[in-house]
Design a protein around this ligand. Structure first.
Ligand SMILES: NC(=O)c1ccc[n+]([C@@H]2O[C@H](COP(=O)([O-])OP(=O)(O)OC[C@H]3O[C@@H](n4cnc5c(N)ncnc54)[C@H](O)[C@@H]3O)[C@@H](O)[C@H]2O)c1
Length: 314
């Protein structure tokens, strides 16, 4: 498929390939924080494709406006609304809720996805302000949004709350993102506690771990060692991975998980497992490795990475 004429570097979206129905989320309204880039952008576009209205909440006003424009061009006017939002600011979250309700009347689905991916240093080398910022987005931001949107969901007995988690709940030395994982673990804890709090209310809560979602221009990759072929999609040395996942495929997995939120309540699922449940051979059947050993669960993956010792070559 040819790339769409947009600076977001995306391709037209069509989730029928993933076995999803065009109108499966018709009538729903979703808020996606961090929805103007990569994972969140894939979620927003797939959810809109599935018939829902989407409210994209992001700090990046330029990408947000472009996201709104693209989604409306793909699905018809008034499908998407962008609201410039800093998820750590209570007044911004209140403004987001006000504009979302004004435009679409309600919010059924809350996707906590925003994160500043540069907050990924080690404990020893990072300033305290990085830890504060990580917790502000992952902890405070997630809780502010929950407190703003979930009470109305409980009242209506209908809602889905999800979070873009990571499988790294603490950080092995060779990865080095201790500040990032600390914030992510806090948010995962909030989400799982919320699942208990809203039990039997009709609101379902789960985490989805993207794990390798990115749009990569492989033509810009450095040359491969002699005798090795350039891969289309590869995550080197990661057990259990098919490879990097295009954001549109991640979005398809999110639609699937929302549709099955009741069965996922109180748990986390790695995106590759969601694909397996969907029987979705991404990005196309020719690139799916046959006879691959089974994928690792969230806990196994964390254990595998965190017990490897002091890093490669040491
Ligand atoms: N990409 C992956 O494979 C992967 C793996 C595991 C977890 N995740 C999680 O998925 C989420 C999205 O990752 P991504 O790769 O798309 O990152 P990204 O950096 O491409 O997108 C993050 C978005 O969040 C926005 N943002 C940052 N701070 C914000 C704030 N305070 N308020 C509102 N918006 C803010 C940014 O502007 C950006 O649009 C993150 O929470 C990340 O931790 C991603």
């Amino acid at each position: 498929m040819a790339a769409l004429d947009t600076f977001l570097n995306i391709e037209p979206i069509d989730c029928t390939y993933a076995g999803l129905q065009k109108d499966s989320l018709k009538g729903e309204v979703a808020v996606i924080t961090g929805g103007a880039s990569n994972v969140g952008l894939g979620y927003a576009r797939a959810i809109a494709w599935a018939g829902a209205k989407v409210v994209v909440a992001d700090l990046n006003a330029e990408a947000g406006a472009e996201t709104e424009r693209v989604i409306n061009a793909e699905n018809g006017p008034d499908t998407a609304l962008f609201v410039k939002t800093n998820v750590t600011e209570e007044s911004d979250i209140k403004n987001l809720a006000r504009l979302a309700i004004e435009k679409f009347g309600k919010v059924d689905i809350l996707i906590n996805n925003a994160m500043n991916m540069r907050l990924n240093g080690t404990i020893l080398d990072s300033p305290i302000s990085d830890l504060d910022s990580s917790f502000a987005i992952s902890g405070r931001g997630v809780m502010l949004a929950i407190k703003e949107f979930v009470p109305a969901m409980i009242k209506r007995g209908h809602g889905v709350v999800t979070y873009s988690a990571t499988q790294f709940h603490y950080c092995p030395p060779m990865v080095g993102g201790s500040i990032y994982t600390a914030g992510k673990a806090a948010a995962t804890s909030i989400m799982m506690s919320l699942a208990n709090e809203v039990k039997n209310t009709g609101v379902f809560v789960f985490c989805l771990t993207p794990a390798g979602v990115a749009r990569i221009d492989f033509s810009k990759m450095p040359p491969m060692p002699e005798g090795k072929e350039k891969p289309d999609f590869a995550m080197f040395g990661m057990p259990g991975f098919h490879g990097l996942i295009p954001p549109e495929s991640g979005g398809a997995a999110m639609v699937y998980c929302i549709l099955h939120a009741e069965t996922l309540h109180g748990s986390g699922i790695i995106i590759t497992d969601a694909f397996e449940a969907m029987n979705y051979p991404y990005p196309n059947p020719a690139t799916v490795r046959k006879n691959e050993s089974r994928r690792l669960s969230d806990m196994e993956m964390t254990m595998a990475f965190c017990t490897m010792g002091p890093g490669f070559g040491k």
